[in-house]
Design a protein around this ligand. Structure first.
Ligand code: AMP
Length: 289
């Protein structure tokens, strides 16, 4: 497995893979890898021949400076895990390699005024700008993103469509801890009771599914029921519980053909997110989370 720090060198290696007709798969990450990240590599391998993973803690997408400085980092561990998962090349640029006198950014209207966009100003501008840059640097055929960050996955698909990036986006399932907590690099900050209480987020989605299967489809009924389950887990704060349309990410009064139920809450200082995609087929609803 190669580890490359510069854009110029990365381009050289990718070009030689392309000359050999290799399809390039790409998994962008901020490192501190867990099984969720590694599952994305597994999915990428099903579609492509040469696996590129980026590890870059993108300062531009952090609206909270403390969250940036305390974001967990362990590159040696990451390299071992990436290699084991079948990554061929890790791209590990530093800040100056990625952002020199940057004045240009990529942003999206409408789709970031709710969910995480509402309470994390500038976050998605940072995400879209770095992902656009990484797509231009790596020029992958396929790029895999997790459903875990559903708003991110949906707006990246929109950016790719609107700006004609020649890449196919794949959205991969959420990988969870045995008790149901969605894996996240930030989980390492969850201590004691906060860790066990955090499972209430997953339980709230289970409750939502139970209600949906009983025929409850109105947001005014689903949102308080979900909120109650999270509240029972004693979060420091609930950021949001929302029911939105999958395409537009705008709040909806009742479930549509394809909807997202998304939640964010703080347990201690740690902000956790989770979600469920709800699809209607005929009269039946399927919940994926
Ligand atoms: P991050 O390093 O947090 O920026 O995440 C990098 C990629 O891994 C993103 O596409 C995330 O959605 C994805 N990811 C993070 N956690 C999980 C998880 N538990 N299951 C699946 N994918 C995940």
């Amino acid at each position: 497995m190669m580890i490359i720090n510069t854009i110029a060198e990365l381009r050289k290696h990718i070009a030689s893979q392309r000359r050999n007709n290799k399809k390039i798969g790409f998994v962008p990450t901020m490192g501190y890898l867990h099984e969720g990240h590694l599952s994305l590599v597994g999915i990428s391998r099903q579609h492509s021949d040469y696996q590129v993973m980026s590890i870059f803690v993108n300062k531009m997408q952090f609206n909270d400076p403390k969250d940036y400085t305390t974001y967990p980092r362990d590159y040696e561990r990451d390299f071992a895990l990436a290699k084991g998962a079948g990554v061929d090349l890790v791209f590990l640029p530093d800040d100056s390699e990625m952002y020199q006198n940057r004045l240009t950014y990529v942003d999206i209207e409408m789709m970031t005024d709710h969910l995480c966009g509402a309470t994390r100003p500038g976050h998605f501008r940072g995400v879209l700008t770095v992902v656009a840059k990484l797509f231009n640097i790596v020029q992958p055929d396929y790029a895999v993103f997790g459903q875990k960050d559903i708003q991110q996955a949906i707006i990246i698909q929109k950016m790719v469509k609107d700006l004609d990036f020649p890449v196919t986006i794949i959205v991969a399932p959420i990988i969870r801890e045995p008790d149901g907590l969605a894996m996240s690099s930030r989980n390492v900050h969850l201590k004691g009771q906060d860790r066990s209480n955090a499972v209430s987020i997953y339980k709230s989605l289970q409750k939502a599914e139970e209600l949906i299967q009983q025929g409850v489809v109105q947001s005014y009924a689903l949102i308080p029921a979900i909120t109650d389950v999270i509240t029972a887990g004693k979060p420091k704060k609930i950021d949001y519980v929302s029911v939105v349309d999958y395409e537009t990410l705008q709040p909806i009064e009742s479930l549509k053909e394809k909807s997202v139920i998304a939640v964010a809450a703080f347990f201690g200082p740690t902000r956790l997110i989770d979600n469920m995609i709800v699809e209607k087929k005929g009269d039946a609803y399927t919940c994926v989370y």
